[in-house]
Design a protein around this ligand. Structure first.
Ligand code: FES
Length: 289
């Protein structure tokens, strides 16, 4: 074995992946520490720093915050996709960088920024680069966790509203039936080795929040109304603790550790409530140059 095999080049990609654990731990310091972390990381990449995402709430376990939601829209044929803003250039610390964000997203009062997904090494993925040429559709991944998905969908197939017609009755013996039908999949991961895992639920609860029929704040209602469609809600399925891939109604252990109707991370038992949306401030990791 040559020296270069044993000690591969210290590429930006490797550097950022190695930094994942530190990033997750640091993220717990909250707003007060954000400036310090930002100045320590901004020189080695682009487009990171303090950001405030909408997230499904972390309700228990060691995760420092919720998982960031992905605004959803359906095309004319009912295919479900995540919204990705057009890339544009801006100047940060005197350097021109690309960003993908939308101010006042659909009148919600929220600036939607794809920096929300820059943690857990995802900041180095091709799909999270603002100008990555993807079609943004959610696709069924390898080995989906749900029997219905294993039986009806092939790998790479686009998720479509037709697959979720029974969302008001669906159940799989874990938690309460009739509160939504889930799928797992990928986003902006075609033609790249990096897979961005996502979880989708079509739920009557989401529709009720969007329609103002649930007791939530005006801010939450405005965001859910703007970022969901036909009851579909989605998020980047990377646990904010140490980056495992959690699941909704995938494990009976969720009930043992708290609530079978919540998203459960099997690594260290963090729980997230997919029907409780919160704003979460954290330090997005810069993308490698
Ligand atoms: S709880 Fe530790 S990785 Fe999810």
């Amino acid at each position: 074995m040559s020296e270069s095999d044993k000690y591969p080049e210290d590429s930006g990609r490797r550097r950022f992946v190695k930094g994942v654990v530190g990033g997750a731990a640091l993220a717990g310091v909250g707003a007060a520490g954000a400036t310090t972390i930002n100045s320590a990381t901004s020189s080695s990449g682009a487009g990171g720093g303090s950001t405030q995402a909408w997230a499904i709430e972390n309700t228990d376990g060691p995760a420092p915050r919720g998982m960031p939601v992905i605004p959803v829209e359906l095309d004319g044929e009912g295919n479900v996709r995540g919204v990705w803003p057009e890339a544009s250039s801006t100047t940060q610390n005197g350097v021109s960088i690309q960003v993908a964000e939308i101010e006042d997203y659909k009148g919600s009062g929220t600036t939607y920024s794809t920096e929300w997904y820059q943690y857990c090494g995802v900041e180095s993925y091709e799909g999270v680069q603002p100008a990555y040429d993807g079609d943004n559709y959610f696709r069924s991944g390898t080995s989906p966790a749900y029997t219905w998905q294993q039986e009806e969908l092939s790998q790479g197939e686009q998720l479509n509203i037709e697959h979720f017609q029974d969302y008001r009755e669906w159940g799989n013996g874990i938690g309460t039936p009739g509160i939504g039908k889930p799928a797992t999949g990928t986003w902006r991961s075609q033609d790249t080795e990096d897979t961005m895992p996502i979880q989708v639920i079509r739920s009557p609860i989401v529709e009720e929040i969007a329609n103002g029929e649930r007791d939530v704040s005006d801010q939450v209602q405005a965001w859910v109304s703007a970022s969901t469609q036909d009851g579909f809600i989605a998020w980047l399925n990377k646990c904010t603790h140490f980056c495992c891939v959690p699941g909704w109604k995938q494990s009976a252990s969720a009930a043992t550790f708290g609530d079978a109707d919540q998203v459960y991370c099997q690594c260290h038992q963090s729980l997230y409530d997919p029907f409780s949306l919160v704003r979460t401030l954290f330090t997005a990791r810069p993308r490698p140059d």
